[in-house]
Structure formats: C-alpha cells, structure tokens
Design a protein around this ligand. Structure first.
Ligand code: NAD
Ligand code: UDP
Length: 324
C-alpha cells in the first residue's frame, strides 16, 4: 500500500510514517513545516519506500504515482499554535481537506480525516459519544480550529455521498508522547519541559478542568485499524482515563522527580471544562482500546524530552513563513 501522510512531519504524522514503513507500506510525507519539523522524519529520508514532499496542502497537493490511502493530518493542533496561525488553520481544515479529498478522488484512494474532540466544543454531554453534536462557539478563541474541523467533517461526508469516495473520520482526543515540541504549549509538553528545566509548572485556572490523555503508540494502533477497516466513522479514539489538570501536573512533577512549585495562570477563553471519550464504538468496531498506563506513557515521554532538551535547549518551532 502507498500512503500519503499530509502533516507527516508533525507529532502524530511522523509516528504514523514510522509505523507504516515498519509494516512494509510505502509512505509519502507531505508537509510545509508550519508546526512540524524536518527533524521528525530525517531518520526516514534514506529508507526505501519513503518520500518527503514540501508542500502547503492549502495551496495544492501534487503526488505523482499511485496512491492507495491518504491520511489528512495537516493542521496546527495546539491551542497556542492555532491561535498564532488562525487563517492557516482555517485554510488547512478547509482548502487542505478539499485538496486532499480531490487527490483521493483522482487516485481512487481511501481517505482518512484526523478530526478532533474539539468538534464537541465545551461539552454539555459527558462522556462524549459520537452521536453528540457539540457545543461550539463559532467566533470564540478556539473557533478557527473547531469550525475548520467541523467543516472538514462535513466536506468529507459530502465527498463520500456525492462522489462515492471511501472515507473515514476519526475524532482524536488529547494525545501525547515523544516529538511534541517543547514550546508546543499543550499541557503535557509544557509541564514536562518546565519540570525538567526546574521551572514552575503553569496550571491554568484552578486546574479542576479534566482531560483524558492517550499515549501516541496506542493512538497510532487505533488509526491503522480504522484505516484498514473500511468503516466510515466517525469514531472516537482516545484514552477514557480522565484526570484533572492539576493532578496531571502533580504526576508529571513526581515522575520527573523535580522540586518545582505549581503556579496558577488565567484559564484561556472557552477552555473545555471536561473531556472524556466514550470509546464503545472503537471497542466494538475496531476491537481497539488503549493499553499503555498514563504513568508508563509519561515516563517514556519524559525520557525523550530530557534527551531533546539536552540536545536542543532552545525549541525549534516550524520553519515555514506564515502567509495568510
Ligand atoms: P502537529 O502540529 O505536530 O502536526 C501537524 C503537522 O501538519 C505539522 O507537521 C505541520 O507542519 C503540518 N501542517 C500544518 N498545516 C499544513 C499545511 N497547510 N500544509 C502541509 N502541512 C501542514 O500536530 P499533531 O498533534 O501531530 O496533530 C496532527 C493532526 O491530528 C492535526 O490535524 C490535529 O488536528 C489532529 N489531532 C491531534 C490531537 C492530539 O492530541 N495530538 C488531537 C486531536 C486531533
Ligand atoms: N493547560 C495548563 N497549563 C499549560 C497548558 C495547558 O493548565 O501550560 C491546560 C489548558 O488550559 C487545558 C488543559 O491544560 O485546560 C489541556 O490543554 P491542552 O492545550 O493540552 O489541550 P486542549 O485544551 O486542546 O485539550
């Protein structure tokens, strides 16, 4: 199988490239390095069956040769990143998804959209199951991301119904692990980097808001099962183990073994109060559920961040010049 991974130089995309190549598939990584890094896939450049194309999928997606599957992961994903790149985020969800769907149509490929738990917004139903329509502020500080993904889901559905494209939608819940940037801004990379540097750990609000965090290897397994299933979704993929943010911060500090205080900062606008996936559908349809305990996943992540901070004390963000 020859698979295009749009956003393949990012956190999740690069793990997908690794795993697909490891299973004998061919991979074309398409990325513009807006929030990802060439270094995430540098180790793959000499591998037979791997191609890297530097391309902004919001402008065009040109991939020569046969393609069997397309994974549309190209989009900023951290709240800090999408606030910094609001127009790029809307374009990636809208034009990027349109262009990758057109590629799927012209190649006769299966198309998988990386959607998000953010389509549920600040949810009024808990835990979130796929039938819930969500509670999203269309003009709020997260709207560029939430609405782009909701549009991308609608577009994917329209291509399936109108053009008969073989499509799949997954709704990914908070996932963490190696290769997140130290300056990414999401809770786990922030807490881990701060604790390793001996800096105070910054909790937003009183830290009583919850998230349910999934280790990247578990998520990648779920994504590949969905890809190979032929099912349309949407399917929630995430770990239902729910924790408050302050407990997550305390656990990171404990596992790093750091003597650092927890400090409090204002909570960002529209920050969801609770989040936990109902993964009944993934269990039943994909026979999938996470297997990696949060302590084990955090320890692996801490180990990687310690090496990263030693090698690169100043974080290397994306190299692309944003042009709205
Ligand atoms: P990331 O920022 O590390 O990866 C995104 C990648 O897409 C980066 O390499 C970036 O350079 C690339 N990209 C962005 N715009 C592009 C464009 N116009 N053209 C080409 N490449 C572009 O983020 P991530 O956490 O790996 O997220 C990947 C995908 O998964 C995103 O679509 C995100 O919405 C989705 N997702 C992630 C999570 C999570 O917890 N990590 C949760 C829900 C959804
Ligand atoms: N958060 C925090 N400190 C940080 C970064 C994030 O307390 O340094 C909080 C954030 O306000 C949110 C939760 O942690 O309540 C998860 O944030 P993240 O950015 O990881 O993901 P998302 O909000 O998209 O779920």
């Amino acid at each position: 199988m020859r698979v295009v991974v749009a956003g393949g130089a990012g956190f999740l995309g690069s793990h997908l490239c690794d795993r697909l190549l490891g299973e004998g598939e061919e991979v074309v990584c398409v990325d513009n390095f807006l929030t990802g890094r060439r270094s995430n896939v540098e180790h793959l450049l000499d591998r037979p069956g791997f191609d890297l194309i530097e391309q902004d999928v919001s402008e065009q997606v040109a991939v020569p040769g046969a393609v069997d599957a397309i994974l549309q992961f190209a989009s900023p994903a951290s709240p800090l990143d999408y606030a910094r790149y609001p127009i790029e985020t809307l374009k990636a969800g809208a034009h990027g998804t349109l262009n990758t769907l057109d590629l799927a149509r012209s190649k006769g490929a299966r198309f998988l959209l990386a959607s998000t738990s953010e389509v549920y917004g600040d949810p009024l139903v808990h835990p979130q199951e796929e039938s819930y329509w969500g509670h999203v502020n269309p003009i709020g500080p997260r709207s560029m991301y939430d609405e782009a993904k909701r549009y991308a889901e609608a577009l994917t559905t329209a291509y399936r119904n109108r053009h008969g494209i073989d499509t799949a939608i997954i709704r990914i819940f908070n996932t963490y692990g190696p290769r997140m940037r130290t300056d990414d801004g999401r809770a786990i990379p922030a807490f881990v980097s701060q604790a390793l540097r001996g800096e105070p750990v910054t909790v937003a609000g009183d830290g009583m808001q919850t998230r349910s965090v999934c280790y990247v290897d578990d998520l990648v397994e779920g994504i590949l099962r969905m890809l190979r299933s032929g099912l349309p979704g949407p399917v929630n993929l995430g770990n239902p183990h729910e924790m408050t943010i302050i407990d997550t911060a305390r656990l990171v500090v404990e596992l790093v073994g750091a003597e650092v205080p927890i400090t409090f900062m204002p909570r960002p606008g529209d920050d969801p109060m609770v989040r936990r996936p109902d993964i009944t559908r993934a269990r039943q349809q994909l026979d999938w559920e996470p297997t990696i305990e949060v302590r084990d996943g955090l320890l692996r992540t801490i180990e990687w961040f310690a090496a990263e901070l030693a090698a690169r004390p100043v974080a290397g963000a994306g190299t692309a010049t944003p042009g709205a």
